[in-house]
Design a protein around this ligand. Structure first.
Ligand code: PMP
Length: 410
């Protein structure tokens, strides 16, 4: 017989079978109490939790879902590959096909290498830079998230000071602070790693000042360090060629993951010819890094995105959502800030440093059937049609009304 699998039942069983019941960024203990922990289904713009409640999913699984859940073209490509085998003694032809496609789409890419998660890609990019330069230090923005390994995890338990010793921080969008960080590292800088915009949790998002982006490029060139763009979160939502293409700033290395396979596990590093030999010199591997099905997913995802103008569609949907939320908040007398690119939206309330209003509003939105996050940016996908956004907005209006009743007007 089947075990009961309500969210509460699953949590109780997980509390015994898994340390802490859950871990990492999906741990529901980090969210308002009504947020579900377990999900059973996703289709297009919708997801269904273990209690059978359906949501319009504005988190897109924290980024990986780019074309909607279970996109037919992607799932067909995966099924076709799975029917032939997935993890074999060597990669399939799709390994070469995907590398060639990335080189074609991404102007800064002369080569590509594959792995599984964003952390694999950011770590590998930094090791390539160190191999190329023979230097140790890495400049990174204070508060930026680049992964969950010992270099980057926000929880320092179990680490040693040596794990972080080679990282020197600067302030995002503050070129002078990056120049100072470089000077303090005295000719030992292998890389500058930076996200294409500032998307730190618990903060309003901040787009990159074009002068900052250009300045980092010039700084990297001047000191002989690699400029690494961490496009794990923003990649494939802002520009097909990389998120700083619109600014005319090309990196030496880019880390990709999340959206690349529309939910299938794949990450990539792309880089320039100058770093090809260094990249070839690494011992880079993993049991599942050469599996073919996620690569087939990635080829289908990128081709679909390119052929359907998906990025522009996400931008339009995001603008519609933003305008609707702004209108509703104003109508209910609530002051909000919406930040970041429309494809990667975020909303905070004024005077809400403890996120009480955000918790209330997201909980009310959840009850009405819209899954949004109180302190982390959201992600649109191409299944967010105008109809889905309008339906989401019909539901969020009540959430603003409820927030106004609870906290009063601003
Ligand atoms: N870099 C950025 C900017 C990210 O947002 C993330 C994931 N949230 C990572 C790296 C790490 O990716 P992963 O969790 O797949 O290892």
């Amino acid at each position: 017989g089947r075990h009961p699998h309500s969210d509460a039942d699953l949590r109780a069983r997980a509390a015994r079978a898994v340390p802490g019941g859950m871990y990492g960024h999906l741990n529901a203990a980090l969210f308002p109490p009504d947020f579900p922990q377990f999900f059973v289904r996703g289709e297009g713009a919708r997801t269904v939790d273990a209690d059978g409640r359906e949501y319009i999913d504005l988190m897109s699984s924290w980024g990986p879902i780019l074309l909607g859940h279970r996109h037919p073209r992607v799932e067909e490509a995966v099924a076709a590959q799975l029917a032939r085998g997935d993890t074999l003694n060597g990669p399939g032809p799709v390994f070469v096909e995907l590398a060639e496609l990335l080189i074609e789409l991404v102007p800064s890419a002369d080569w590509a290498m594959f792995s599984k998660n964003g952390t694999d890609a950011t770590s590998q990019a930094l090791v390539v830079a160190r191999a190329a330069t023979g230097r140790a230090k890495v400049l990174m923005a204070h508060g930026a998230y680049h992964g969950a390994n010992s270099w980057f995890t926000p929880a320092t338990v179990g680490l040693t000071p040596a794990d972080r010793a080679d990282f020197v921080e600067f302030a995002y969008n503050d070129l002078a602070s990056a120049e100072r960080a470089a000077a303090s590292a005295e000719g030992d800088v292998a890389a500058i790693i930076v996200t294409p915009f500032r998307h730190d949790a618990f903060e309003d998002q901040e787009l990159a000042d074009p002068a900052f982006a250009r300045g980092l490029r010039a700084l990297a060139d001047r000191i002989g360090a690699a400029l690494v763009i961490d496009d794990v979160r923003a990649g494939w939502r802002l520009d097909l060629g990389g998120s700083w293409e619109p600014l005319g700033v090309r990196p030496d290395l880019t880390a990709w993951s999340k959206a690349l396979g529309n939910g299938h596990p794949i990450a990539a590093v792309t880089g320039t010819d100058a770093l090809r030999d260094a990249a070839a010199s690494l011992y880079s591997t993993g049991s599942f890094w050469f599996s073919a099905a996620p690569m087939a997913a990635a080829v289908a995802t990128l081709e679909t995105l390119r052929d359907t103008g998906g990025i522009a569609a996400m931008a339009r949907a995001g603008e519609l959502l933003r305008a609707g939320l702004a209108e509703q908040a104003a109508a209910h007398g609530l002051a909000v800030t919406q930040s970041g690119p429309p494809q990667i939206p975020f909303l905070t309330f004024a005077d809400d440093t403890s996120f009480e209003k955000a918790y209330h509003w997201t909980t009310a939105a959840l009850a009405a059937g819209v899954y949004v996050h109180p302190w982390h940016n959201w992600f649109l996908n191409t299944a967010h049609t105008e109809d889905e956004i309008r339906t989401a907005l019909e539901r969020t209006d009540d959430a603003f009304a409820s927030t106004r009743r609870r906290f009063g007007a601003d």
